[in-house]
Design a protein around this ligand. Structure first.
Ligand code: DP6
Length: 330
């Protein structure tokens, strides 16, 4: 039996959207990003994860959304559990129950909220008093975007130099800093064609534009950070679109091509352009998938959502506001 008092904890974390994109790793083994990224944590898109260390278990047990995790999913979770066990000589196996409270077909269920919640819950269940910086570094080792979901509001994840195992995200501004909205247009159902981890690696190995992306990304990041400091939506939006299209161009030029665009993706991008022509400051971003996410002022969200709802092929829309970081209860 372990003498540790705290054996279980529950954490919630929210998804985030990168305004300046992370794409590519400087150190695959440590999962360090090759470029700096900047994100907004989103309210309402929540993962809740409970971790319980149990001396009677002879193997870790992982359940995701009420079903047993696949071998691949479980291996990723066990790796994080092992890292925490190694840090504190915790001998017990664990039961992990994780559930996404995402609106139906949000098209946003990502590893970011999942690994942020898992990292925070595991650290608390192990009785460790780690601060958010260390929890963020732990989450980052599993999925780099998860490092950002540890914090609420606007968050930076610097690029990592090879070997920098302590790299973590840095909070810039809380959720109340700027009353913006992210309107999500869902353009397809089902899992994405190529996951981000694989997509980045294929881009690095085969895309002639990979180095060009690495060269350009820090400039978009710096422009986005400056525009955020000045709450300048037009400037931020323009740099954000550049960051998105530059990483997608890099992925498109991989061999075989990584093409996330669907007909409805292009239609939604046209809608965003038309909104701008009509005087609305609305700006598009996309992740490793076909959905279009539109940043705008809170007062314009209704109009942006209505325009996307009326776009051919758009299946669903939702509006998210800035959200909080991880929350833990024992
Ligand atoms: C396009 O964080 O999912 O959404 O570190 O390999 O788990 P791994 O990748 P992940 O990549 C996210 C890529 C992105 C851009 C972003 O969120 O910055």
């Amino acid at each position: 039996m372990s003498p540790r008092a705290a054996a279980e904890a529950t954490a919630t974390a929210r998804a985030n959207i990168a305004l300046a994109k992370y794409w590519g790793k400087s150190d695959v083994a440590l999962n360090l990003p090759a470029v700096p990224s900047l994100s907004l944590t989103l309210d309402g898109l929540v993962t809740e994860t409970r971790v319980r260390f149990d001396a009677t278990l002879d193997a870790d047990r992982v359940q995701l959304d009420g079903r047993a995790a696949s071998t691949r999913e479980a291996a990723r979770v066990v790796r994080l559990l092992d890292a925490v066990r190694a840090a504190c000589a915790e001998p017990r196996r664990a039961e992990v129950l994780s559930a996404n409270r995402f609106p139906t077909a949000a098209g946003l269920a990502s590893s970011a909220s999942g690994f942020a919640a898992l990292a925070a819950a595991t650290v608390a269940a192990a009785g460790l008093d780690w601060g958010p910086h260390r929890v963020s570094a732990l989450a980052r080792a599993s999925s780099a975007s998860a490092a950002r979901s540890v914090y609420g509001g606007f968050v930076e994840l610097p690029a990592g130099s090879p070997g920098d195992a302590a790299l973590a995200a840095v909070p810039l501004y809380g959720p109340d800093y700027w009353d913006v909205r992210l309107v999500v247009a869902v353009t397809a159902t089902g899992p994405k064609a190529v996951g981000s981890t694989e997509g980045m690696e294929r881009s690095r190995r085969t895309s002639p534009y990979y180095q060009a992306w690495l060269d350009a990304a820090p400039r978009s990041f710096a422009a986005i950070k400056r525009a955020l400091d000045g709450r300048d939506l037009d400037t931020l939006g323009r740099a954000m679109e550049h960051s998105t299209f530059a990483f997608h161009a890099c992925a498109l030029a991989a061999d075989p091509a990584i093409a996330y665009f669907r007909p409805a993706t292009l239609a939604a991008l046209e809608t965003v352009r038309a909104l701008r022509d009509a005087g609305v400051s609305a700006w598009a971003t996309m992740d490793a998938g076909p959905h279009v996410k539109v940043l705008c002022a809170a007062g314009d969200a209704g109009r942006v959502q209505a325009a996307l709802d009326a776009t051919a092929g758009v299946l669903d829309t939702l509006v998210a506001r800035p959200g909080a970081g991880v929350e833990v209860r024992r």
